[in-house]
Design a protein around this ligand. Structure first.
Ligand SMILES: *Cc1c(COP(=O)(O)O)cnc(C)c1O
Length: 345
């Protein structure tokens, strides 16, 4: 088989959700946007529902419709982008709950679907999504009179707990929502770890479920094992790959492995990322190509059939560091060509 095998450990995912739930003083939701951070919403969401998650979050109404097909009726599906023009049919037909981000979205939703529930997203300093204090002050009486389910905001710097921006956002959220009677939600993974003051009634973990930082105690969820297509010996002075990006400084054995930047192994990994044969470490030799990696396996005792690029030896954040990015981007870039295998139901 020529494709990589992406193994997703649903038992580890479930353990991460339960651990974050224990850390949260109130209810714990689950963020499953971007196909559950690349792990597959059709397997991830039902497992989290079985663990007890009742409120799910996605980025768009289209993702919400796909999630409803997976979960069936019952769980609340909240849409961060709110009620965009063109979303009314999806929101109604799939019983989605838009997080209204502006007075315009509020007016659109209330006019189109007067009885349909909604949440409100407040901007407390990030300046990305949500109503600012003045918008909220102007619309809140009307919004609180309808089927409002949730008031939420989002931290910009929660992966760096000591940043003063965190306390400033907490103060703003507390002031803006002081006499709100519906549930409040403020924290994603990073905020949960900052303790009860940041948690309010409902938390919204994403990355921590999937084994990424800032939740350092997370169990790893993904393993990516890539098949070796060919092995060759390269003489000292020969080059390997596009642009001659690697030049053999000694007689070198090169394994050509099936996966490349089209599968989310971005070119910035060229020359720096490591692959593993059990505990043995191998370096990428030369540039990442679209479908292939070339790996220096000179020091391996046996020719490998597979090499792992994600797993216990090198998690999503370690690989991200080699590529100059973050674990979130590694996960959400994992391509559709991998064969996805699931551990646990
Ligand atoms: C993506 C996202 C989350 C989840 O964040 P993590 O850092 O992955 O836990 C929560 N809330 C909002 C608004 C988001 O955009």
């Amino acid at each position: 088989m020529g494709t990589g095998i992406l193994t997703i450990d649903l038992d580890a995912l479930a353990a991460n959700w339960r651990a974050l739930d224990r850390l949260s003083r109130g209810e714990t939701g689950a963020v499953v946007k971007a196909d559950a951070y690349g792990c597959g919403i059709d397997r991830v969401a039902p497992r989290l529902a079985r663990e007890g998650a009742r409120r799910f979050f996605v980025a768009t109404a289209e993702e919400g419709a796909a999630l409803r097909a997976v979960l069936g009726p019952g769980p609340e599906i909240n849409v961060f982008s709110g009620h965009m023009s063109g979303d009314t049919g999806l929101i109604r037909d799939h019983a989605l709950t838009p997080m209204l981000n502006s007075p315009e979205q509020a007016a659109r939703h209330r006019a189109a679907l007067p009885d349909a529930p909604y949440g409100v997203q407040l901007d407390t300093g990030m300046n990305r999504l949500g109503m600012e204090a003045a918008d909220w002050a102007a619309t809140r009486v009307g919004l609180e009179a309808g089927p409002l389910t949730l008031v939420m905001s989002h931290l910009a710097c929660a992966d760096e707990p000591d940043r003063v921006e965190n306390a400033a956002q907490l103060k703003a959220f507390t002031e803006m929502t002081a006499d709100v009677t519906v549930p409040r939600s403020f924290s994603a993974t990073g905020g949960i770890l900052m303790g009860p003051d940041y948690q309010f009634d409902l938390t919204r973990p994403g990355i921590g479920l999937y084994g990424g930082l800032p939740y350092a105690a997370a169990q790893p969820v993904v393993r990516l094992s890539l098949p070796v297509i060919q092995i060759r010996d390269v003489a000292q002075g020969e080059f390997v790959g596009y642009g001659g990006g690697f030049i053999a400084e000694r007689p070198t054995r090169i394994a050509t492995v099936s996966a490349g930047y089209a599968d989310g192994l971005i070119r910035y990994m060229s020359g720096v990322a490591q692959l593993f044969d059990g505990e043995h470490v191998c370096r990428l030799a030369g540039r990442v190509s679209m479908d292939l990696l070339t790996v220096d396996i000179t020091d391996l005792p046996e020719p490998p059939e597979h090499l792992d690029i994600l797993g216990p030896q090198q998690g999503v954040d370690a690989l991200a560091e080699a590529a100059g990015t973050i674990g979130y981007e590694i996960l959400t870039s994992l391509g559709p060509r991998y064969q996805r295998r699931y551990i646990g139901g």
